[in-house]
Design a protein around this ligand. Structure first.
Ligand SMILES: [Zn+2]
Ligand SMILES: [Zn+2]
Length: 367
């Protein structure tokens, strides 16, 4: 993992220091072991060829960070910096960077494919090894160093009328666009989304923009279900009061949903998605389950009901481009409401506690 970052008590002063001598210090949140987060003062790295040092303007909380915080993550051994959904301002550019200059507002996703490997050649850039092995973590900080491959392929000027907060949604939105490109939801179709967390709601927003006929969201917690209704869900199912099965089987005049998007990341959710989809329908397993888990398939149903199972992982350059265009065109009305709280970097541990209790959707962490 190639992530460095840094930051400082006084950002303005820090930028001056950076600009003056390429050095300075900044804060960086580091996870030392599950649940043990510390704010560390680090030297600001001087960007090498192709790299950018950015001043973080906003980093968003994400379920992946919460999972890593709670139980560790096989891809991010501790000690590890955290935070991978971000936007910022170029503080210093390494030699050879000509797309950006100091002061440019930028948004980026934290990974980029090599474009030359087996998977990249087949258009499955999301499976490129470079994507996970060299992912940028560490946006919970004052400064973040972007590696050359991310700068070259997946860093963009922030559209001027899109806020830093909304721009930082580019990463989760790219995952959502990837999944929806695979699912190819048509304008006459009914979709059931299992899970009303930030990703379930991003799916809802993107499906509405796409013109799906009917979108139903099943989830828990009043604040999330209210958000789903505000985002334009045609129906909302509170799973603590209603049987999802009972509602789902009435959809499409009793045939059931054409597409089920699983966005809970729980084995029970995966199994439920398989049961709820109509004959001939598609299941999108979007939420990753804990490793080592498995799901039993009813082979008879799979075959005679002609199910299509999709399990999109991460995103490809074309998904990032589509997500950026949607943000630029304001094609996802209300999407900014997914970010329902704001905290300072120093309050990060409190943010994780709130996320754990399900009290927040997404928090904007501002240095
Ligand atoms: Zn994320
Ligand atoms: Zn590759």
């Amino acid at each position: 993992m190639l992530l460095h970052m840094a930051s400082c008590e006084n950002s303005a002063r820090n930028v001056e220091m950076v600009n003056a001598n390429g050095l300075g210090r900044g804060r960086q949140a580091v996870l030392y072991s599950p649940g043990k987060l510390e704010m560390r003062e680090v030297e600001l790295p001087k960007p090498k060829a192709g790299e950018l040092l950015i001043e973080v303007k906003c980093a968003l909380s994400c379920g992946t960070d919460l999972k890593t915080y709670k139980r560790g993550h096989p891809l991010f051994p501790t000690p590890t910096p955290l935070g991978h959904e971000f936007s910022g301002i170029v503080a210093q550019a390494g030699p050879g960077v000509d797309k950006f200059k100091i002061g440019d507002a930028i948004v980026a996703v934290p990974s980029a494919p090599c474009m030359t490997c087996f998977f990249c050649w087949r258009g499955q850039e999301n499976l490129c090894r470079q994507v996970v092995e060299h992912i940028v973590m560490g946006a919970y900080a004052d400064y973040l160093l972007l590696p050359a491959h991310v700068v070259a392929r997946h860093t963009f000027k922030k559209p001027s009328d899109v806020s830093f907060e909304v721009a930082a949604l580019l990463e989760p939105l790219s995952c959502v666009f990837h999944a929806q490109e695979m699912a190819q939801v048509q304008s006459f179709e009914t979709v059931l989304i299992l899970g009303a967390g930030p990703l379930g709601l991003l799916h809802l927003s993107a499906l509405k923009a796409r013109g799906a006929r009917r979108v139903v969201v099943a989830g828990r917690r009043a604040n999330r279900l209210r958000a789903a209704a505000e985002f334009g869900a045609d129906d909302v199912i509170d799973v603590e009061r209603e049987e999802v099965e009972a509602v789902a089987c009435r959809l499409n005049s009793g045939f059931g949903p054409d597409v089920v998007i699983e966005a809970t990341g729980q084995v029970a959710g995966w199994e439920q998605a398989l049961r709820l989809v109509r004959r001939g329908g598609r299941v999108v397993f979007f939420g990753g389950c804990p490793s080592g888990t498995s799901v039993a398939l009813d082979t008879r149903r799979m075959h005679y009901d002609n199910l299509t199972l999709l399990a999109p992982f991460h995103y490809r350059p074309r998904d990032v481009a589509a997500a950026l265009a949607a943000l630029q065109e304001h094609a996802l009305p209300g999407v900014e409401r997914i970010i329902d709280s704001r905290r300072r970097l120093a309050e990060l541990a409190e943010v994780f506690a709130l996320l754990e209790r399900g009290e927040l959707l997404k928090c904007a962490i501002v240095p």
